[in-house]
Ligand binder design. Structure first.
Ligand SMILES: Nc1ncnc2c1ncn2[C@@H]1O[C@H](COP(=O)(O)OP(=O)(O)OP(=O)(O)O)[C@@H](O)[C@H]1O
Ligand SMILES: [Mg+2]
Length: 275
């Protein structure tokens, strides 16, 4: 769901405006690069592992650029109609309902398609004419061509680690986007984020980041992924509720990450070594 939303709603798109600044700690030039791409109305692809700040970054940028943000979590059952819209029956017959993408295109919002490769290919093809010089969206069922509002921008996210070849982005899709690459930030910055987001002391945050570093080193050696910044924040939040740090690491990091008893034992001793 989008971050804090506005009060009284007049235009329905206003519900998607972000009124207070979402905290985002930059780690490189990503804010400037996004602003440049937005100024040229270029679509953007955010690449990076789970829980590293992609969604938070888009929320922050939408706030900075004062644009409403329409977020769609893509999944394999999603159809083009789920994005674009459909005719629905009501008392007066059939009435067209814009889908989230169409609403963003008409009203000049930023549309964020999260995990876009999860969607079926017919869905991704819908975005092609929006992400080149045409900037329009054909509503075939309605026989309408919607020209994008000048402020409209499309942003998609993609986690290169997880997808199979079958579920990769089509070349004709990926070549329409500028990309910003994300990863877990340097230890000092990540500790700053964890301390702030979880409301814990800097020293606790530093310990959690050390745990994350250990887990990330185990990637490929029994772990599919290391602990994300999101997991560290969850562990921090548990300690803020009074759960001892080692237990918090078990509940929020080790158990969700690992099923196999041997790797769990290795991970647990890595945690103990960090405390
Ligand atoms: N640079 C950052 N500044 C501020 N908060 C951050 C930053 N990076 C990560 N976070 C924190 O980590 C949490 C997870 O980040 P976010 O939800 O943006 O990840 P994501 O990359 O979108 O993950 P997914 O691919 O699973 O959707 C955020 O809720 C936020 O608390
Ligand atoms: Mg996300």
């Amino acid at each position: 769901m989008n971050a804090p939303i506005a009060g009284p709603v007049e235009d329905p798109i206003d519900a998607y405006r972000i009124v207070s600044e979402p905290f985002y700690r930059p780690f490189a030039q990503e804010v400037g690069h996004y602003e440049a791409a937005y100024a040229a109305r270029l679509p953007i692809l955010l690449k990076g592992p789970t829980g590293c700040g992609k969604t938070r970054f888009v929320e922050h940028m939408a706030w900075r650029l004062k644009r409403p943000l329409v977020t769609v979590s893509c999944h394999e059952d999603m159809t083009a109609s789920d994005l674009v819209g459909r005719f629905l029956l009501d008392a007066d017959g059939t009435v067209w309902h814009d889908g989230p993408l169409t609403a963003a295109v008409r009203h000049g919002a930023i549309c964020y398609l999260d995990e876009v490769v999860e969607a079926r290919q017919d869905t991704t093809v819908v975005i092609h004419s929006l992400t080149d010089h045409r900037r329009h969206l054909p509503l075939e069922k309605k026989n309408e061509l919607v020209q994008a509002h000048p402020d409209f921008q499309l942003v998609i996210s993609y986690n290169p680690g997880y997808q199979s070849v079958l579920k990769d982005l089509k070349e004709s899709t990926r070549q329409r986007f500028c990309a910003i690459s994300f990863d877990y930030p340097d230890a000092a910055i990540e500790a700053e984020i964890v301390a702030r987001e979880a409301g814990v002391e800097p020293e606790t945050a530093r310990v959690l980041v050390r745990v994350a570093e250990r887990s990330r080193n185990l990637k490929g050696h029994g772990l599919r992924e290391g602990a994300s910044t999101r997991m560290l924040i969850a562990a921090g939040q548990l300690t803020a509720q009074g759960v001892p740090l080692e237990e918090a690491c078990q509940i929020a990091i080790v158990l969700p990450l690992v099923d196999e008893p041997e790797i769990r034992a290795a991970m647990s001793s890595a945690v103990s070594a960090c405390l």
